[in-house]
Ligand binder design. Structure first.
Ligand SMILES: *Cc1c(COP(=O)(O)O)cnc(C)c1O
Length: 388
């Protein structure tokens, strides 16, 4: 029966086996380790012949519940939960490459992912080449004999460029590359890369999945074959998610579908409204017909997501005015919260990039990223009007 349930119902009804107390809502298992009925059972568990929980660096009931729900949402076979999104991204790369391997990645990746590719993996002789997210015909030229991974993120942060997931799937099959997607911005409610052939999906569960700005978390979800390597890497290097964070995020997944529907509805309304405001040069939102990849967005996403970016004609001064005059929206670098957040990428999240690097991913001085929350939309319009 459970197999026939929709992902939404899985996210609400998925639950670890009830304890003797017959609790309705999942209890919290704050314990580092677990015990065994007998020495023989303990030995069999360590041999992998019995399926018992050993130690919370390996697994934990709360963490396992979260993984099971996330796998149902993404349509993936297996998963591992990490302490942050970056731990998941790092594991997705480090567990799957050897010294001398090469990675093809789409430009405009999350800032810390860019730092791993440019500053950390080269220490172990792993190199990479950036390709243009919106020009898949050029990707093959970047593939070398030692290329093993294709890494991408769509929509991208903060420019909201899209990558054609179906074409990426064909590309990875043609070159026998492992296909990895950071699906944080869309969430599985809006887009499921596994349906386009992705072998592995990563998430910062800190964002829309928790959705209330409380805890950090990351997820790796993929095919059994890829997850075997990832799980070995994570069990022995120790990026495990805390049971408490897993308990919080698992509860949050029960409302993921309704929250995302409301975030997306408000984001589209604000994106349309912003296009009509003076001082706003451009608005980027995947479900605005003016988005250069609107047709693609409609093909691979069921809604436009909760992030809207826009460019102010007045550059940094105009951006500062907007952020400083906000009384409802918050100035913060996070995203995916019930509370609307304004970020100025050029001076904060992407300040470490050179001007040329920023330009190559579409980050101008006047660009503002808005993570649309769940407040009344009219209050948000009034708030933005104060600083525009
Ligand atoms: C936030 C974010 C990450 C990193 O996640 P943390 O939980 O902050 O470590 C990775 N990728 C994307 C797209 C993100 O937005």
């Amino acid at each position: 029966m459970a197999d026939k349930l929709s992902p939404q119902t899985h996210a609400i009804r998925g639950q670890m086996p009830r304890t003797e107390f017959q609790e309705h809502s999942t209890p919290l298992f704050l314990t580092s380790s677990f015990t065994f009925d007998s020495a023989e059972s303990m030995a069999a568990t360590f041999r992998g012949e019995e399926d018992n929980i050993i130690y919370s660096r390996y697994n934990n009931p709360n963490v396992d519940e979260l993984i099971a729900k996330a796998c149902a949402l993404e349509g993936m076979e297996a998963g591992f939960a990490t302490g942050s999104g970056m731990a998941a991204v790092f594991a997705s790369l480090a567990a799957l490459v050897q010294q001398g391997d090469h990675i093809v990645a789409t430009r405009a990746l999350f800032g810390s992912t860019h730092q791993i590719l440019t500053q950390i993996l080269p220490k172990w002789g792993v190199t990479f080449t950036y390709v243009e997210p919106d020009d898949p015909d050029t990707w093959s030229a970047a593939v070398r004999a030692n290329t093993v991974l294709f890494v991408t993120e769509t929509p991208s942060n903060p420019g909201l460029k899209l990558v054609d997931l179906a074409k990426a799937g064909e590309f990875c099959r043609a070159h026998e590359l492992i296909y990895v997607v950071d699906n944080c911005f869309a969430t599985p409610v809006i887009q499921r890369p596994g349906e386009f052939g992705a072998d592995l999906v990563t998430h910062s569960a800190t964002k829309w999945m928790d959705g209330q700005g409380r805890v950090l978390g990351g997820l790796l979800l993929g095919s059994r074959r890829v997850m075997e390597k990832i799980t070995f890497f994570c069990r022995h290097t120790g990026p495990a998610m805390s049971p408490f964070n897993a308990w919080v995020i698992s509860k949050s997944l029960e409302t993921l579908h309704v929250r995302l529907a409301a975030h997306c509805k408000a984001a589209l309304e604000l994106a349309e409204w912003l296009t009509e405001q003076r001082g706003v040069a451009k608005v980027f939102y995947p479900f605005l017909p003016s988005h250069p990849q609107y047709e693609l967005a409609k093909r691979q996403m069921s809604a436009g997501g909760g992030i809207v970016t826009f460019e102010l004609t007045g550059g940094i001064d105009a951006a500062n005015r907007l952020l400083n005059n906000a009384q409802v929206c918050t100035r913060s670098s996070n995203l995916g919260d019930t509370r609307t957040i304004l970020t100025h990428p050029a001076t904060t999240t992407h300040a470490k990039l050179t001007v040329a690097e920023r330009a190559s991913v579409g980050i101008t001085d006047g660009l503002v990223r808005m993570s649309v929350g769940l407040e009344a939309v009219q209050d948000l319009k009034n708030d933005l009007s104060r600083g525009l």
